[in-house]
Design a protein around this ligand. Structure first.
Ligand SMILES: Cc1ncc(COP(=O)(O)O)c(C=O)c1O
Length: 428
């Protein structure tokens, strides 16, 4: 969308008591309509509905660093430890709406000790990547999906919604300024972390009336620098990541802190990640901080790719959605992926440990893998479950026969060797 068009759409009515929707997945446009139709902020004197400004790209102010950091050698990059020279900040208040965006030197954030984020975890974030193609073009992968998810997370926390297209424009400007930070080596990228926090100082649980949206960027290397290494999972039943009616479908900071103890206890038992099992049936939900796919043959011998449905407990992953779309396009003949079986059933359905074990025992389990922005695909070779290990088949180079063609296509798109309208150009 052009900046002029964004300007035209940038005024909206916001509601201090934004309604929380039960749907985990909705476009920004639909979100905006809903905010327009719900409770509205009113002028205390006249009672008239007040329109507050949305993110306004034309107000962007850029202050470049006078002290640029030395770019680290790409071989030394550890995930999320190095940050680029600049960051984006956009303040919000309940009375003035979104303020002017600014790109500034990367630096600290001043918060009052009573800031709501510090007490009530009013914090949400996103994770997406920018890739440098061999011809120098820099693209982001499906940023619109992250904007939609960020708006649904904001809605769930009573934090302000915003125009996703406008934020994409601002992120493009940030990535462009720091484009030298995108490593040139294959498999490397720039990890982008948009975040929103409640900043007003007030004890007492209530919707924040001040917030800050900021975006930082971190150059990253391949998640598996020495090739794919399948990971062992601990089938976790002592702790839960999500519950019906909870917040598992939203990317809230509060979902992650309680997972650390579970992760530590899985690591102590010799496993790399938690396989989050839900309910007495032990339904498989997610793997660590990734979505989960199981590939198995049915009793009729037909291969099926299963992922748990978006029932409110599953984060609607961008990689999950992309894998499903590529697999469905393959099956419908829109784009055949070499190596993927012609006959493949694709299911978003519940699957429990009993079914996985039964398929494994009958030699019908093909593979099990996690998906996420950081690693794209992570194969699994073992599940520690109720005192013993379930050994999962893996391919020669780690990935199995279903994940490999999907991974090849996805990474080909992200790195620009395969053309796709999922890529949004930052700079050519
Ligand atoms: C809990 C959780 N599930 C799944 C994912 C995968 O989502 P995506 O593919 O959008 O990175 C993530 C990572 O963002 C996550 O934190």
């Amino acid at each position: 969308m052009s900046l002029a068009k964004l300007r035209l759409t940038s005024l909206r009515t916001i509601s201090p008591a934004q309604k929380i929707s039960s749907s985990a997945w909705r476009s920004t446009t639909v979100c905006r309509k809903r905010f327009m139709s719900g409770d509205v902020a009113r002028d205390p004197m006249t009672g008239e509905a007040v329109s507050l400004p949305d993110i306004e790209p034309s107000l962007l102010k850029i202050t470049r660093t006078t002290d640029p950091k030395t770019l680290p050698p790409s071989s030394s990059l550890l995930f999320g430890r190095t940050f680029t020279d600049h960051m984006l900040r956009i303040p919000w208040t309940a009375t003035a709406g979104w303020g002017a965006p600014s790109i500034e030197p990367y630096g600290t954030i001043n918060l009052t000790p009573s800031a709501t984020v510090l007490h009530y975890a009013q914090s949400l974030f996103e994770g997406l990547k920018a890739y440098r193609h061999t011809d120098g073009t820099v693209t982001m992968f499906r940023p619109d999906m992250n904007m939609k998810r960020m708006n649904t997370s904001a809605q769930r926390l009573a934090l302000p919604a915003f125009n996703g297209d406008a934020l994409i424009e601002m992120i493009k400007a940030l990535v462009n300024i720091d484009r030298e930070w995108i490593p040139k080596e294959p498999g490397h990228s720039l990890y982008i972390r948009p975040t929103m926090i409640g900043t007003n100082g007030a004890l007492g649980v209530q919707p924040p009336n001040e917030a800050l949206l900021f975006v930082i960027c971190s150059p990253v290397g391949p998640y598996y620098p020495r090739g794919f290494k399948p990971v062992p999972l601990y089938g976790t039943t002592e702790y839960i990541r999500a519950a019906p009616g909870g917040t598992g479908a939203f990317k809230l900071a509060a979902n992650y802190a309680p997972g650390v103890v579970a992760q530590k206890s899985a690591a102590k038992a010799g496993y790399v990640q938690n396989l989050w099992l839900h309910g007495p049936e032990h339904y498989l939900t997610e793997v660590g901080t990734m979505n989960l796919f199981v590939a198995l043959k049915g009793e009729d011998g037909v291969a099926e790719l299963v992922t748990p449905p978006l029932d409110g407990m599953i984060l609607p992953g961008v990689t999950r959605d992309s894998v499903l779309a590529l697999a469905r396009n393959h099956v419908s003949g829109i784009k055949k992926l070499p190596g993927l079986p012609d006959q493949l059933k694709i299911s978003e359905r519940l699957i429990h440990m009993g079914e996985v074990i039964q398929a494994n025992n009958a030699g019908r389990l093909i593979e099990l893998f996690g998906t996420g922005t950081a690693a794209v695909v992570t194969p699994v070779d073992k599940i520690g479950y109720q005192g013993s290990d379930v050994h999962i088949p893996t391919g020669e180079d780690g990935m199995g026969p279903i994940s490999k063609p999907l991974w090849t296509e996805l990474v080909g798109i992200q790195t620009g060797t395969i053309k796709s309208d999922w890529n949004v150009v930052v700079t050519k």
